[in-house]
Every structure is written in C-alpha cells, then in structure tokens.
Write a protein that binds this ligand. Sequence first.
Ligand code: ADP
Ligand code: MG
Length: 412
Amino acid sequence: MKEGFRNQKLIFEEKKAIKLFLWLFYISFFSFDIFYYYIYPRFSKNHISDNLNQGLGYWYYILILAVLPMAIYLIRKGNPYVVKYIYIYWYILIDIIDVLLTYLGTSKSYASGNIVEVLFILFSPIFVNKKFFWTVTIGIIGKDLLIGVILQDITVLFPVIIYIILSSVASILLIRFNSYIDALTSVHDELRQKEKLAVIGQMAAAIGHEIRNPLSSLKGFTQLQKEQYPNTNDYYQIMIQEIDRINSIVNDLMYLGKPKVLEFKNSSIEEIIAYTLSITQHQAERQSVVVETLIEGPLPPIDCDAKKLKQVFINLFKNAIEAMTEGGKIKINAKVLKGKKMYVSIQDEGCGIAEEDILNLGDPFFTTKKDGTGLGLMVSNQIIKDHKGSFNIQSNIGKGTKVEVILPIFQN
Ligand code: ADP
Ligand code: MG
C-alpha cells in the first residue's frame, strides 16, 4: 500500500517535469523559428532563406507537432517516463533529415546551433535522471558531429563546443540535485528507523511490564518447590535460571522503551566490577575462562546509576565469556583518565567480530548466537549514553575483542 502510494507520487513528479519540458520545448521551438526566419530578416540586411521552402518544409513542424498527441496519451496512461526519450530521439531524427535535405548537394553553409538544443541540454537535469542527461548530451553533440562529417563542414565545432560547456553546467546541476536527494532519502530512512525503534520500544515496554509480575510469582513458586523437595530433581535450578534469563531479556526490552530515569549516586566502580564478576563467575569457570583484573587505583567514586552500570558490565563480561568457547583470559583494566574520566576496558581472547558485523552491533536483535537476543550491546550503549559516556569496540577476528567504556566521573 505504502509502496504504491510512493510510486504514485513519483509518477506525479515525473508528470510535472514532462509537462514543464513540453511547454518549454514547443514555446522555444516555435518562437525561435518565428524569430529567426520571420522577424529577424525584416530588420537585418543578412539574407536568410525561407525555411518553409527547403528541407522538410512544413513537414518539419507537422512532424514535431505529431508526437504531441502520443505524448499526452502516454502521460495520461501513467507512463510519462518514456516521453522525454521519444522527444529527444524524434527531434534528432527529424533534424538530421531536415538538415540533409536542406544542405546536401548544395553550396549553402550550414546554419548550426539551435535554441531548442540549448534548452534540451540545460533543462535535462529537471528529470534528475543521469541516463536521460547522457542521452541528450551525447545525442545532440553526436548529431552535430555527424552532420559536420557528412556535410564536410567544420563550423559545427562551434555549437559543439558551446554544448559541451552547457552540458558541464547541466551536469553540475544534476550532481547537486542527486546529492541533495540522496541526503533527503537517507535522513528519511533514518527517521523511519528511529520511529520503528520507538514503536518497538513502547510495545516491548508494555508487554514487558505485563510479563514481569507473572514471571516473579513463577520464580517464587519454583524456588519454594525446590526448597520443599530438595532431592526430587535438578530441573528446578535450570527452571530458575531460565526464568532469570527471561527476566533479563524483559528488563533489556523495557529499558529501551521507557523514558530513562536514572538514579545518579556516588558509587565505587571497583564494587560494580566486583559484583558483576561474582555474577558471571560461575559461567566463566564452566568455560575455563580466567579473569585478570588490573585496577590502577585508588579510584574515585563516580556519579552514576550503579544498577544500570552493573547491567552494562554483566552484558560485556557475558559477551566476552561467550566469545571464548575454548577458554582463555579476560583482562579488565580500570583507571582514571586525566582526572576527569573513568576508563574501563574488557579484553578477551575470543572469536572476535567480523568487520562487516561491527557496523550492526548497535542494531536491536543483531546477534550471531544461537540463543542470543541481540539486545545486550544496544541496551549497554544506551545506558552509557545516558551517563554521557562513550563506548568503543576494537576487534580482531580469531584473536579477540577489546571493549572500552569511558564514563565521566561527575555528571554535568
Ligand atoms: P547477544 O549477546 O545476545 O548476541 P549482544 O548485543 O550482547 O547480543 O551482542 C551482539 C553480537 O555482537 C553478538 O551476537 C556477537 O556476535 C557480537 N559480540 C559482542 N561482544 C563480542 C565479543 N566480546 N566477542 C565477539 N563477538 C562479540
Ligand atoms: Mg550479549
């Protein structure tokens, strides 16, 4: 539906352009000839022969007018795109015939150059179409050169040079139009992407809110069951883990959709890192990943929402661990940069990220994992942004990834 709508608009634009073109073409065509053959000779001593008695004569005008009904028919039928091509080819054909009938075998010198051709070239950018621009330029210049060769007349070079200059001007216009349109299109696409995200976010927040309550009672009862029958089976632990997983996905989704209210408080980054490591320790051990922490302290407390930052580091540590299926080492480095910023880097020896994927990392639902959500980095990025911090990823495929987080120590 929307596509069809957009096409209609484009056809409408093309119709406007072709109508403008037709008016310009006929007005300039006839007024040039009336002026050149009837008005100009009356005031000038130069003798210009009457064009109605040479070449195609009246037929020249009849043939040029004859395509008009076809043009109108095509425009009405909703196919305005071909009309401009019909005109340029038809014009070139008739003009060649007319010129040859007029000059071939005579000693008359060829009167070259024509306002219609100038307009063809100068106005070709109104269709914002490179192919048409080249058709016009090559068609008209080629026609004049061809006539020059057939008539053995060097004077055709004069209009040819002028046309080359004019088409350079026209091509600059065309390039400007095109780049302007490209910019508009990309802004439009970006806006659409943002809108889409906003809608997804709101929906996710609403659904997430509804899911959270039943989820917490589910978790409560599962825990209760596990405590009441400690020896019945191991599945309760898995069930609780999976419920936690759903919970964290729901939290991510809700963070994206909700207006962000952060609770800034002075917190210790060491504590945040230590807490995060304790949460992910189990998973790290299971995958024989060792963690090496280098705190270049003492670190000052930073103004942040500790709960949200924990969420960021959990995401980042988990990504690092998940990238190291064969085990390895994660290096964590925290330090103060120039007294104002807190720097934390997480370097892993995992699979790395392919170059073409790095661009997609911020996109929601972009994941290369079988059971990934593709929300972790996006939410982390958003939280860091809400702290006025920045986020940087360097990766070497097969060697590992380094994620750097830089946070202001004081907000505002
Ligand atoms: P998820 O972890 O659910 O896939 P994320 O947003 O956390 O979603 O990560 C998106 C993708 O970025 C991952 O699927 C992975 O391909 C890539 N990625 C993120 N961190 C790392 C890392 N440390 N090493 C390798 N790839 C990573
Ligand atoms: Mg992740």
